[in-house]
Design a protein around this ligand. Structure first.
Ligand code: PAF
Length: 282
């Protein structure tokens, strides 16, 4: 496995490692079993003669001024071990000034899907995500890229990015990996106190109960959202609900007569940890 923090070395490596398929896994590090599943999936897509590139970059432009950029866990040594164990070929782990010139003046903005859900309470977040993903796509020049479905809105927005800006990359959404009690794996779970950690699985349980209600015929988004809120309030009193939203999965807008798939997404603060999760209603 190769590791670099420079664009120049990434490009030199890419010039001589032209396997039949190059698969990219963008991450911010602090890797866990959810990321391991992404790298594993990338390896399967690439095949033994293809190449898997993982980026590890805590992207400052996707953090708001009062968010956890400075405190975001940075665990490069452990991250490299996970990458190696799951078959990555190249790790690109640049410093901030390698990615962003100090006088940068161009950014990418998605103007529709990013208004809802996390975008409504994290202004500027998706500009940062879409801009860095654009830059990483340009640098890595992959045939395929792998993203987790836990960040459902992110994947939907990047799908639009690829379509609208004609990136020649195939996206793969990978199912959320969960702890035994249902909590979605997240780099931010390590912020939880023991008490918060004990209550956090209520997010998943609430979403599952909404899916049960949906299967029994409840289709009113307000009723589904209330059911989830009531569950979280009852089982996770330390949680502070940021949003609960049942939307059309294709555009993240209000459910309409043309909606084919509904997704319910939630964000809940436990102390300084903001946890997200979602469920598709089928
Ligand atoms: O999902 C993440 O870890 C980040 O948002 C991403 C896609 C690596 C961009 O910084």
């Amino acid at each position: 496995m190769n590791v670099t923090n420079t664009i120049r070395q990434l490009r030199s490596w890419s010039a001589v490692n032209k396997g039949p398929r190059r698969v990219f896994v963008p991450t911010m590090g602090a890797l866990h079993q959810g990321h391991a599943a992404l790298i594993h999936a990338a390896r399967e897509i690439a095949g033994q003669s293809g190449n898997v590139i993982v980026s590890i970059f805590v992207n400052p432009t996707q953090f708001g001024p009062n968010e956890d950029f400075e405190k975001y866990p940075r665990t490069l040594v452990e991250d490299l071990a996970i990458c190696r164990d799951h078959g990555a070929d190249m790790i690109f782990a640049p410093k901030v000034d390698e990615i962003y010139p100090p006088d940068r003046s161009v950014q990418i903005t998605e103007t529709s899907l990013s208004k809802a859900l996390c975008g409504a309470t994290r202004p500027g977040h998706f500009e940062g995500v879409v801009t860095v993903v654009t830059k990483l796509f340009n640098l890595v020049q992959a045939d395929d890229a792998v993203f987790g479905k836990k960040d459902y809105q992110q994947l939907a927005i990047i799908t639009r990015l690829v379509r609208d800006l004609d990136f020649n990359v195939t996206l793969h959404g990978i199912d959320t990996v969960r702890e035994d009690d249902g909590l979605a794996m997240s780099s931010r779970n390590r912020y939880l106190s023991a008490e918060e950690r004990a209550q956090a699985p209520a997010l998943r349980a609430a979403l599952v109960s909404a899916r049960e209600a949906w299967k029994k015929g409840e289709s009113d988004p307000d009723a589904l959202e209330k059911l989830i809120a009531d569950h979280i309030k009852a089982h996770a009193p330390l949680g502070r609900i940021d949003y609960i939203s049942a939307v059309d999965a294709s555009n993240l807008q209000a459910i309409s007569a043309t909606t084919q798939l509904v997704v319910v997404a939630v964000a809940v603060f436990f102390g300084k940890a903001r946890l997200i999760d979602n469920i598709e209603l089928k």
